[in-house]
Design a protein around this ligand. Structure first.
Ligand code: SAH
Length: 219
């Protein structure tokens, strides 16, 4: 898997990052590979400079355009659910946002495809991928409700914004055995893991979560 060319340890100490990793472990994140990748990834490069000092707190932070970078615990949890027993090779992310979740995935799986509806956010995220040397990420400015049909089927799909109902296209673009990790709901949301089986789909509800809504169209 690609190694980051820029770890940016300068402005925040490795100790601050390690504290976050300890906290994730205490909250039940057990996959060491994910914890290692999160310990090495400079989250402060994914937020505005004015917020960089808060980048290693376990909290969501604003990234402009009324959007947020997900809380590290949620990033770790969703990644762990996506990885399952057998690591997926081809993964679609819906909702690039800051690109932080994308960067974590790109260090764990072979191919990452990411879709974002707000072009300004996607442009910033692309700059970060370049800075970090993450060359395997493919991106697209589009409404992720439709997935990315001509690049599917996917071993895993991770959606980082919450629809009221699971978009049909996303489950259709799963390979058999593939899994979709997605928050579902409005004021009340739950994280679901939907697995495509030979016979249909298994839907497992994991825990209550809080995401920005999955919105239609592009801007
Ligand atoms: N994974 C991101 C989370 C960003 S918040 C991170 O770690 O920073 C969710 C993102 O989903 C926002 O950037 C929002 O613009 C995007 N989004 C919302 N609806 C979308 C849609 N229909 N298609 C693609 N992206 C969408």
């Amino acid at each position: 898997m690609p190694k980051l060319t820029h770890r940016g340890v300068g402005m925040t100490s490795q100790r601050t990052r390690n504290r976050l990793i300890e906290r994730l472990r205490e909250q039940g994140i057990a996959n060491q590979q994910i914890l290692d990748v999160m310990a090495m990834t400079p989250r402060h490069l994914f937020v505005d400079e004015a917020l960089a000092h808060r980048a290693y707190e376990d909290t969501a932070l604003p990234i402009g355009h009324s959007q947020t970078i997900s809380q590290p615990y949620i990033v770790a949890r969703m990644t762990e659910l996506l990885m399952g027993h057998e690591a997926p090779e081809r993964v679609l992310e819906v909702g690039t946002g800051s690109g932080y979740q994308t960067a974590i995935l790109a260090q764990l799986v072979k191919e990452v495809f990411t879709v974002e509806r707000i072009s300004a956010l996607l442009e910033q995220a692309r700059t970060r991928f370049r800075t970090l040397g993450l060359k395997s990420v493919r991106h697209r400015h589009d409404d992720g409700h439709i997935g990315w049909a001509d690049r599917g089927p996917f071993d895993g799909i991770l959606c980082t914004a919450s629809p009221r109902q699971v978009p049909e296209a996303l489950v259709e673009q799963l390979r058999i055995g593939g899994r979709l990790v997605i928050p579902v709901g409005g004021d009340e949301q739950h994280l679901h893991v939907i697995t495509r089986t030979e016979a249909g789909f298994d839907d497992e509800i994991i825990e209550p979560v809080r995401f920005v809504p999955l919105v239609g169209g592009r801007s």
